[in-house]
Design a protein around this ligand. Structure first.
Ligand SMILES: *Cc1c(COP(=O)(O)O)cnc(C)c1O
Length: 223
């Protein structure tokens, strides 16, 4: 199957209110170009260095770059001028640093708070309690160069789809709670980033608005 075919196949399952982020990490520029030529506009990368390089090599009309991995503070300034959305705000310190770099380039950078709900793997992300603490405080009002537009989460890496389903439900319920409790008058708080190659259909059914799909588009990654 070609990248173009893979994209067409996936897009059949993606309703209009959901956006597809093509996760292109570890894949080469010509592969991204093929996806772009097939109509894909949003690309997700998880390493700052790779994102910076691909952004330079692909100055294409309408292309949008999302950052989805753990972001080191010393790399923020390189992506701040152009990144469209950071999915992976995993600490308050990072959010403050993104705000600082965004100010320097006179931007307001849209961000998602990354939640840690999966049983294992990632040591990154806010707990639901920490996230509520942040939203309850008036800190966000002071951080004028970042805009929290929603939440991101990853389910546990398991074949137990019931567990994955429960975790997506937990994320959706928490998103709805935050929307009502803290962002009811902010239309821009509307994104819920969840779902990857093996579980995006389930994620969409559970209310995802941004799916992050890599291997199902580009094939397996060679690390
Ligand atoms: C790599 C990655 C993905 C895509 O994973 P696939 O299983 O290849 O679809 C999605 N989200 C994050 C945060 C990733 O790091």
């Amino acid at each position: 199957m070609s990248i173009t075919n893979n994209l067409q196949q996936i897009l059949k399952d993606v309703p209009p209110h959901v956006s597809l982020v093509a996760v292109s990490k570890y894949h080469e520029v010509p592969e991204l170009k093929e996806a772009y030529d097939a109509g894909q506009r949003i690309f997700g990368e998880s390493k700052a260095q790779e994102l910076i390089q691909k952004h330079e090599e692909l100055p294409l009309r309408g292309i949008q770059w999302h950052f989805i991995g753990h972001l080191q503070s010393n790399k923020i300034k390189f992506i701040a001028p152009f990144v469209s959305l950071i999915h992976s705000i995993d600490s308050l310190r990072l959010l403050k640093n993104v705000n600082k770099e965004a100010l320097k380039v006179d931007r307001v950078i849209p961000c998602l708070i990354q939640l840690h709900i999966a049983e294992e793997d990632s040591k990154y992300g806010f707990t639901l309690e920490e996230c509520k603490e942040l939203f309850k405080s008036n800190l966000l009002d002071e951080l004028k160069n970042v805009k929290i537009v929603g939440l991101m989460g990853m389910a546990t890496n398991t074949d137990d789809m019931q567990q994955v389903s429960n975790e997506f439900q937990e994320l959706k319920d928490f998103f709805d709670y935050c929307k009502e409790e803290y962002f009811s008058d902010e239309a821009s708080f509307k994104e819920l980033s969840m779902g990857m190659s093996h579980d995006y259909q389930l994620a969409i059914a559970k209310g995802s608005t941004l799916i992050r799909v890599g291997s199902k588009i580009f094939g397996e990654r060679i690390y």
